[in-house]
Write a protein that binds this ligand. Structure first.
Ligand SMILES: [Zn+2]
Length: 134
């Protein structure tokens, strides 16, 4: 994905605000470029996982699709481990093929990594291109 530094900062700030619990949200993408951050509430706040209520995810999905963009990225944080998809993430991600998984690691130095998870649970890292405007 391509994301502006200012939008990525919103995601990182969300992760730091919710730590030690994991945060979650989605990004609206248009033409491969992130245009909007939609922070969501975890249904079960926890330092070990996140959970998005299906109705909340559907509402975000519909709102984004209605605006002509696509729900291209699901993001969450890892506060106790590296920003690499856990088995729980992979199980979730298999149901959203083509959607990138942006994970913010807040343990130690804050880092972000993005992943694609195929229907068969194959995990591939994808680059995060950060642009700076203004
Ligand atoms: Zn995770």
């Amino acid at each position: 994905m391509k994301i502006d530094q200012s939008l990525l900062q919103i995601v990182i700030d969300h992760a730091l605000r919710d730590a030690p619990n994991e945060c979650c949200g989605v990004l609206a993408v248009r033409d491969g470029i992130v245009e909007r951050v939609m922070p969501l509430e975890s249904a079960k706040p926890s330092p070990f996982s996140f959970e998005i209520e299906p109705s909340v995810l559907l509402k975000a999905y519909t709102e984004i699709e209605d605006s002509g963009a696509e729900l291209g990225v699901i993001y969450h944080s890892h506060t106790r481990s590296a920003p690499v998809p856990s088995q729980t993430d992979i199980n979730f991600g298999e149901r959203w093929p083509g959607v990138e998984w942006l994970i913010v690691g807040t343990k130690g130095e804050t880092t972000v990594q993005s992943w694609l998870i195929s229907e068969r649970g194959v995990v591939t890292e994808v680059p995060v291109h950060i642009s700076v405007t203004g």
